[in-house]
Design a binder for this molecule. Structure first.
Ligand SMILES: *Cc1c(COP(=O)(O)O)cnc(C)c1O
Length: 428
């Protein structure tokens, strides 16, 4: 496959956009080459500027769980756009999506909508600090909570790919209030809490990690965090920006039957438009302005186009709960197929998966935290990535990313992908 026009467009973009992209993970810095420019997408496929069709395993990094240009979402956006695209005043639509989200997710009474996952996590931490009157937070190495200053301390995803876990521009004052723990290591968390008695406002965690590849929590890890928080007056924040409305209608809280204090959303909740949200029980949410003292705002928050897209998406998921099982079956089929051919070709690998999230790591040891995720062989990953691209399959251009399975993928697509993995891994 040729990507000539994409390369030309990238050269033009580089002149006026830093690195040619508006979000670093889109660049091919970790794998070499130049990014693909997309023209359109429908269902499981993207069509690029060179006229190639790509089977998409990124799906806008998660939101397109029902496939690209999903008809109910597209229709909802078109209809709403005709009525005006932003008012900066309340609309009934906002109450409708809020009520639906609250009914789908366990353990939340109220939800506030923002414009991105970053905003959701940033606001959740401010709320936790205001509520507990404490300053410090614990985050886990390799977990990504958006690009707000407090989180750019060994963040996953693009922040690792580009070797800037501690970004310049984040002040020492901010960094000192973020304590770093190892994922899946309760003793480490307990020690941090003990050393910072009565100072920790919140523990923020991806309850299933998805920004260092896909890393499910060990048995007892989330329960243990919950207990440590309860015992020490700390709020537990589940960052479900990736997992919310994906691993179950009610996210990881429902999947593992564990209650967090504050939950963050993004990605799927916006149906492909820029949306984030954070939610909690009323006692905590009432701490927000205008009811309470913690300030949080947004000119375009609750934007009618974004809310229409999100509502159409949540309604589709809510009315067909079998989708989550269907997605898991497709993911299992793909993972088992890939395992078989990789083994047959004597490739050293580990595949992690849960629900509709899966990641391939080129290392034999179990991948349970950032340290083990970082051991993957990046040279092999580069060959894997570019090999699949030549076969018309698009996975994220970084070894630290999860693949997202969409309902639009057919078993023929999955078979085609497994055959491509077989072909490509013979060349390692
Ligand atoms: C994507 C992501 C974010 C950031 O969301 P943006 O919409 O990109 O700001 C935060 N947390 C997690 C777990 C994510 O996967």
């Amino acid at each position: 496959m040729l990507y000539t026009r994409s390369s030309q467009l990238f050269a033009e973009a580089e002149k006026v956009i830093p690195g040619g992209v508006n979000s670093p993970v889109r660049a091919f810095k970790a794998v070499g080459g130049t990014p693909i420019f997309v023209k359109s997408a429908k269902g499981a496929y993207m069509y690029d500027e060179d006229g190639n069709r790509l089977i998409d395993y990124i799906n806008s990094w998660g939101p397109m769980i029902l496939g690209h240009a999903f008809e109910p979402v597209v229709q909802a956006v078109i209809e709403k756009a005709k009525l005006g695209t932003s008012f900066g005043m309340p609309t009934e639509l906002e109450t409708q999506i809020a009520a639906l989200a609250v009914s789908m997710v366990p353990n939340i009474d109220k939800i506030r909508f923002v414009n991105s996952g970053t905003e959701a996590c940033m606001s959740a931490v401010r709320l936790a600090r205001g509520f507990t009157k404490r300053d410090k937070i614990i985050k886990f190495a390799g977990c990504y909570h958006g690009h707000s200053d407090s989180f750019l301390i060994q963040a996953g995803s693009g922040a690792i790919t580009f070797g800037t876990p501690n970004s310049p521009g984040v002040t020492a004052g901010t960094a000192k209030d973020t304590l770093l723990a190892r994922y899946n290591d309760l003793e480490n968390v307990a020690a941090l809490i003990e050393a910072n008695e009565n100072q920790i406002a919140a523990i923020i965690v991806e309850p299933v990690a998805g920004n260092m590849g896909c890393i499910p929590p060990n048995k007892g890890f989330l329960e243990g965090l919950c207990q440590l928080c309860t015992d020490n007056g700390i709020l537990l924040i589940f960052d479900e920006v990736m997992t919310g409305f994906r691993l179950a209608a009610g996210g990881v809280q429902e999947l593992f039957n564990i209650n967090a204090d504050i939950v963050c959303f993004g990605k799927v909740i916006g149906g492909g438009l820029p949306v984030g949200a954070f939610a909690a029980r009323a006692e905590i949410m009432n701490y927000l302005a205008p009811l309470g003292p913690v300030y949080q705002a947004g000119t375009l928050s609750g934007n009618p186009l974004a809310m229409a897209a999100g509502l159409a998406m949540l309604q589709s998921l809510d009315s067909d709960r079998a989708i989550f099982k269907r997605l898991e079956e497709k993911t299992a089929y793909l993972a088992e197929g890939m395992e078989k051919v990789l083994k047959a070709n004597n490739v050293v690998f580990t595949i992690n998966r849960i629900g509709s999230m899966v990641s391939v790591h080129f290392d034999a040891a179990p991948v349970v935290d950032f340290q083990s995720a970082a051991k993957g062989d990046n040279e092999t990953f580069k060959k894997f990535f570019h090999g699949l691209l030549q076969e018309g399959i698009y996975i994220a251009p970084s070894a630290y990313e999860t693949w997202f399975i969409t309902d639009a993928l057919t078993y023929d697509d999955l078979d085609f992908t497994i055959q491509a993995v077989d072909k490509v891994s013979k060349t390692f």
